[in-house]
Design a protein around this ligand. Structure first.
Ligand SMILES: CSC[C@@H](O)[C@@H](O)C(=O)COP(=O)(O)O
Length: 354
């Protein structure tokens, strides 16, 4: 069954068309709005790896539809149905290592497939399609709930700094960190947003700025290295970011540069909030140092667009994420409540909630 969001203020990175997945190519934003047609799990794997889609919850949702596409193709080879799905899940799991949402959705989808096997492939395909749609709509609902809860932490007249893109493009729609900002604005508060450009991939300059402009929230893009100066001058009231993985003790992996902001927030006594759904919590990883951190191709640092910025012969290191220790985080905003330290028991309790 087709599924898409059509309301004008709803930005959504994917559209499920019943026999293929449409994906907004985030590599081309804000210059071009091009939708790619994906027909196989292999297409989805490539799209995640190459950052056509990015952001922890969005990667997870895309992977769920990758499995739906694999199931659709496997209906024609019923005897190898489950084996085909297992292979597709293993492939999708290699797309990116840090965002735990990818592994969470793959195991949710595969647990369902295994529980229905042996069975009628067409029927299992239909159930997987429903499950992927449920994962997607649950994410949007979680975003809205987080937005509502998080907005209460943001005072009228605040200037909020955010990093990377934790908005509708990075989720099923609406956003985590940007959801908090959007909900604060929707509740009538006057909010200024500062968006770090987020070198090298420029998720802040390209995507956060595009998204906020689209929903009519004024945003000022700053170069990443300006954050310390502005915070020291008292020009930032709070920092709100998303997360790619939250370890059992509350340490948070997020886009490289997040840790620097948390240190600055602590030094200058401003709140540092993380907004993330429970699908981003990984209780199996005890602490942040155990979270696998993605390193991307050095070209992402060497180049700005098509222009090489470094002399030939020098090396570059493209570390994609860092870890912010729990002690630097003022609160973790989830869909079931605003968690405060100590995060270990708070996260465990949040995951037990219905
Ligand atoms: C709601 S998205 C939270 C995070 O996934 C986001 O802040 C982030 O770090 C994304 O990194 P990316 O490399 O663009 O996938």
């Amino acid at each position: 069954m087709k599924a898409r969001n059509t309301a004008p203020d709803i930005i959504c990175p994917i559209s499920w068309e019943g026999d293929h997945l449409l994906m907004l190519d985030q590599r081309l934003l804000p210059w071009k709005e091009r939708w790619l047609k994906l027909r196989t799990a292999r297409d989805v794997h490539r799209a995640i790896k190459e950052m056509v889609i990015r952001g922890a919850p969005a990667i997870g949702i895309a992977a769920a539809f990758g499995l739906v596409l694999a199931a659709r193709g496997a209906v024609r080879r019923p005897r190898r149905f489950l084996e085909t799905l297992e292979k597709a899940a293993s492939l999708l799991a290699t797309a990116r290592p840090t965002a735990v949402n990818l592994f969470w959705t793959l195991s949710r989808m595969m647990n369902l497939a295994r529980s229905l096997w042996p069975g009628e492939p067409q029927e299992i395909f239909a159930r997987l399609e429903e499950e992927a749609q449920a994962i997607w709509s649950e994410d949007v609902a979680a975003n809205r709930r987080m937005g509502h809860l998080g907005a209460q932490l943001i005072a009228d007249g605040s200037t909020v700094l955010t990093h990377c893109n934790a908005g509708a493009l990075a989720t099923g729609g609406y956003g985590t960190a940007l959801g908090v900002i959007r909900a604060a604005v929707e509740s009538g508060k006057k909010i200024q947003v500062l968006a770090d450009e987020t070198r090298p991939y420029l998720q802040g300059a390209r995507l956060t700025a595009w998204e906020l402009a689209r929903v009519g929230i004024p945003v000022t893009v700053i170069n990443d290295s300006a954050a310390g100066y502005l915070i020291a001058k008292g020009q930032v009231s709070a920092i709100v970011v998303g997360a790619d993985r939250i370890a059992a003790n509350g340490d948070v992996a997020n886009k490289i540069g997040t840790y620097t902001l948390a240190v600055l927030a602590s030094r200058h006594g401003i709140p540092f909030y993380v907004a993330a759904p429970r699908s981003t919590v990984d209780l199996k990883t005890p602490e942040g140092q155990r979270i696998p951190i993605e390193q991307r191709a050095p070209e992402e640092v060497h180049f700005c667009g098509r222009q090489r910025m470094t002399p030939s012969g020098v090396e570059a290191l493209a570390v994609a994420f860092d870890v912010t220790p729990a002690e630097l985080i003022t609160a973790i905003i989830t869909e079931v409540g605003v968690l405060r330290p100590p995060y270990g028991p708070a996260l465990e309790a949040a995951l037990r909630e219905d």
